[in-house]
Design a protein around this ligand. Structure first.
Ligand code: ADP
Ligand code: MG
Length: 239
């Protein structure tokens, strides 16, 4: 997936300015930025909730503006806001999503079972979503995002509001998907402790890319000893 020269205005303000970003097939990329950086706005452009007026978005060979159907079929999304129906069971939510993607029923049923097994929720899936813990709910949302076999998974603050253990479990689960299935992931977060030194990392602040590279080299690049200090100094300066 690649984004080039992407800018976007909302309410008369520049929210994203000239953003360039590449997520190579099969790689894990962290989009790291404090609240208000523009991460969710970028995701809204990638999923066509908003239309990009300036810049291009290409999803594995398909231009999003010219060929949205093909481009969007390759995307799975875990939104920042919860987006499952609390009054349906987990299985019902998943079946509904599969039907939306035009998946034949038998295929949908098999995939849903396989993914639920993988995340250890097969036995819980006939409960209403309302009764799930925050971590379980996120797992269901990840399962849902994977059902149609996307090549790129977008995760927008997928661990927000979870306790430390659930956060770590979800992040490691998503890292496994990259390793084991070759899915590409764009992982948006404001939490530097979710970043590993070897992660390809893009720092977004006030709508601009401030730095990109392997996280482990950021501190040295910035003349700082610790990653946390480098991140802070990159995101403290005025716009
Ligand atoms: P992040 O997800 O990184 O926290 P957002 O993309 O949600 O950042 O927001 C980026 C900036 O855009 C913020 O300053 C926010 O107030 C502003 N913003 C978001 N949505 C709108 C909107 N619909 N109208 C005007 N400003 C908006
Ligand atoms: Mg956000």
């Amino acid at each position: 997936m690649s984004v080039a020269g992407l800018s976007h205005r909302l309410g008369g303000r520049d929210i994203l300015s000239d953003v360039d970003l590449v997520v190579p097939a099969g790689s894990f990329v962290v989009l790291l930025g404090p609240n208000g950086a523009g991460k969710t706005t970028l995701f809204s452009l990638l999923t066509r909730l908003y239309t990009a007026r300036c810049g291009t978005i290409e999803i594995f060979g398909h231009d999003l503006a010219r060929n949205p159907g093909k481009a969007l079929a390759l995307l799975g999304v875990v939104f920042q806001q919860r987006s499952v129906d609390p009054d349906l069971t987990a299985r019902q939510n998943l079946a509904y999503h599969a039907a939306l993607h035009g998946m034949p029923r038998g295929t949908a049923r098999r995939r849903i079972e396989a993914e639920l097994e993988r995340v250890g929720l097969a036995a819980e899936a006939d409960r209403k979503i309302r009764s799930f813990s925050g971590g379980e709910l996120r797992r269901i949302e990840i399962v849902r995002a994977l059902l149609h076999g996307p090549r790129l998974l977008l995760c927008d603050e997928a661990t927000v509001g979870l306790d430390v253990r659930s956060r770590a479990a979800i992040l490691s689960d998503v890292r496994d998907l990259v390793r084991e299935r070759g899915i590409a992931v764009l992982w948006a977060t404001h939490l530097i402790d979710e970043v590993e030194p070897e992660d390809a990392t893009v720092i977004l602040h006030r709508g601009r890319i401030r730095w990109q590279g392997r996280a482990g080299t950021m501190a040295a690049d910035m003349g700082r000893g610790r990653l946390q200090d480098a991140f802070r100094s990159l995101t403290e300066e005025a716009a």
